[in-house]
Write a protein that binds this ligand. Structure first.
Ligand SMILES: NC(=O)C1=CN([C@@H]2O[C@H](COP(=O)(O)OP(=O)(O)OC[C@H]3O[C@@H](n4cnc5c(N)ncnc54)[C@H](OP(=O)(O)O)[C@@H]3O)[C@@H](O)[C@H]2O)[C@@H](O)CC1
Ligand SMILES: Nc1ncnc2c1ncn2[C@@H]1O[C@H](COP(=O)(O)OP(=O)(O)O)[C@@H](O)[C@H]1O
Ligand SMILES: [K+]
Length: 501
């Protein structure tokens, strides 16, 4: 399937520092000159500065490695273009080696001491202290300069990453500069998309420095930025010869104390294309569901026997449990009964928290296709939270055998086989009560229509973010299903364009 192929390579791949180093080495083994890559990198930085700012005094802060080397090249280009440029080097000129030493030899401008005073009079800072080679928390003169930058309001252009940000994880080691623009090379890095790093990068410019895409071995990529490229080929568009049962049926467990949450899940599942949506409504509140849900079939149920009878209908190919379900033993039993069918199951909110005392019981019961959609608090109740967000989510997916969507402004989607996707299209207005319940419905609907769990999770998260952006400010959760049609129409137009090209 082509979508799978896109996942194996492509522009969306995110590279750790090590993977970037391997790509660099493969490019050089394939005939590229290391110095040419550095020249292209530094030139791209100079272009990014020139495009963004009017001519003014620039200070380039160079570190002791190749990030500093890129800084020397950028400084030379800006100087040749007439910009007043000063350069400060951390460490001694004689300690530079390789391409960085070569780039320094070509710098004929003034060099000033690497001290906070070097910022005086500067209108722009080019941060070329550390990139992929950051190996420990900032300290000493580098820390002093980053702290000085925080107190002055001089715009910063960072090379590769803001110095102090770990490109592989987005973590800040000690302290980090805050950039307005970050110029990175060949492919983005996870740290450009994961907080706190993402919040320090400003706009990320991806520069082509001549490393061919072919250096990425098919199959060796495991992390991508979310986007339609990854799953559009397997998106389940309505088919002329389809009928409602072919588009799948989602069974949503309704809550008793809280009814709005699962009603939003049901509406979202209908809008996202499930052929049928059935809500299992607790008998005492059945009328609330029946009166408010026109798109769904509302069945009243009174305890496990009734629920099991509803599960017995195998046309219900996806079961969504969690929103408003209540944290208790009954919810646990419903989850276990749903998982025992080995049909696709989406577990959110209370369905997860109900297993806080016994996560193993949940993990052991997952035998079929399953997507868990915890926010950070729910995740903490079930999983180990050591390490960065990408690592945490991957480990959780491996541990439980399900696709895990760890939500937040930088949602990570991980599969048990180690693949992971970072989402970056969600606007902050999505942080509103009930928006997670809508996401559960989107995931369930895409699974119902036959998408594989990893792709369904990624597509749902992307549509969710796109819907929130499309609506804009003032969003409440129930607006998301209502604006989904406009987002889907745009996506269909894109799909038709890609299909024709
Ligand atoms: N790969 C590619 O395709 C291309 C890569 N390119 C560029 O190369 C960059 C990577 O270069 P790099 O590997 O030389 O590492 P870099 O970030 O300069 O730092 C290493 C130096 O910093 C030091 N150091 C580390 N942490 C420190 C700290 N906290 N405090 C103080 N010192 C610290 C470290 O010292 P050590 O740990 O060895 O003691 C070492 O001396 C990459 O980001 C991109 O800009 C481009 O030219 C285009 C092609
Ligand atoms: N600051 C933010 N920026 C973008 N998206 C966010 C932000 N905070 C939360 N979200 C998204 O909003 C949704 C909230 O889900 P959740 O926490 O489960 O809320 P609820 O339980 O109220 O439905 C998730 O999809 C999450 O990724
Ligand atoms: K940097």
């Amino acid at each position: 399937m082509r979508s799978r192929n896109r996942l194996e390579g492509g522009d969306n791949a995110l590279l750790t520092s090590l993977q970037m180093q391997e790509a660099d080495q493969a490019a050089i083994a394939g005939g590229a000159e290391g110095s040419a890559l550095m020249q292209a990198a530094g030139a791209a930085v100079a272009v990014a500065v020139g495009v963004r700012w009017k001519m003014r005094p620039v200070i380039v802060l160079c570190g002791p490695g190749n990030n500093g080397g890129d800084g020397f090249v950028a400084a030379s280009h800006l100087r040749s273009a007439g910009w007043p440029v000063k350069l400060a080097l951390l460490g001694s000129r004689d300690a530079l080696v390789g391409e960085a030493a070569g780039a320094a030899d070509l710098w004929h401008g003034s060099t000033v001491p690497f001290l906070p005073g070097c910022l005086d009079g500067a209108g722009i800072v080019v941060d070329a202290m550390f990139g992929a080679g950051l190996s420990r928390p900032l300290a000493g003169p580098a820390l002093d300069l980053v702290m000085a930058l925080k107190h002055r309001h001089i715009p910063v252009c960072a090379i590769d990453v803001p110095s102090g940000v770990d490109g592989s994880t987005g973590d800040v080691l000690g302290a980090a500069a805050r950039a307005e623009v970050t110029v990175t090379f060949f492919r983005k890095k996870p740290g450009h998309l994961l907080y706190p790093g993402r919040g320090l990068c400003g706009d990320v410019v991806l520069a082509d420095i001549g490393i061919p895409a072919s250096v990425l071995n098919a199959g060796s990529q495991d992390t991508w930025e979310n986007g339609p490229d990854l799953w559009l080929e397997s998106y389940p568009w309505p088919q002329p010869e389809g009928f409602k049962y072919k588009r799948g049926e989602v069974l949503v467990l309704g809550g008793e104390a809280v009814t709005g949450a699962s009603r939003m899940t049901a509406l979202a599942a209908s809008r996202a294309g499930a052929g049928l949506v059935t809500v299992a409504a607790p008998v005492r509140v059945w009328s609330i569901y029946a009166a408010s849900l026109m798109n769904a079939i509302v069945h009243s149920f009174d305890g496990p026997t009734d629920f099991n009878t509803m599960l017995a209908d195998a046309r219900r190919n996806v079961i969504a449990i969690g929103p408003g379900a209540g944290v208790n033993a009954s919810t646990r039993d419903y989850v276990l009964a749903a998982l025992a069918t080995k049909r696709a199951v989406v577990l959110d909110a209370d369905a997860l928290t109900s297993f806080a005392e016994a996560p193993e019981q949940l993990f052991d019961a997952i035998k079929g296709p399953c997507v868990l959609t915890p926010h950070a608090g729910e995740f903490l109740r079930l999983f180990d939270v050591d390490g960065d967000k990408l690592h945490r989510t991957r480990r959780a997916a491996q541990r439980c055998g399900a696709v895990v969507i760890l939500k937040g402004p930088d949602t990570v989607i991980a599969a048990p086989d180690g693949r992971a996707i970072i989402n970056a299209n969600a606007p902050p207005q999505l942080a509103t009560g009930g928006s997670g319940d809508v996401l559960t419905g989107f995931v369930a609907a895409l699974l119902a229509q036959g998408m594989a769990p990893f792709e369904a999770a990624a597509a749902a998260v992307w549509l969710h973010g796109a819907a929130a952006s499309h609506f804009g400010l003032g969003l409440v959760a129930q607006d998301l299903p209502d604006v989904l049609p406009a987002v889907l129409q745009n996506l269909k137009a894109l799909s038709d364009t890609v299909g024709r090209s």
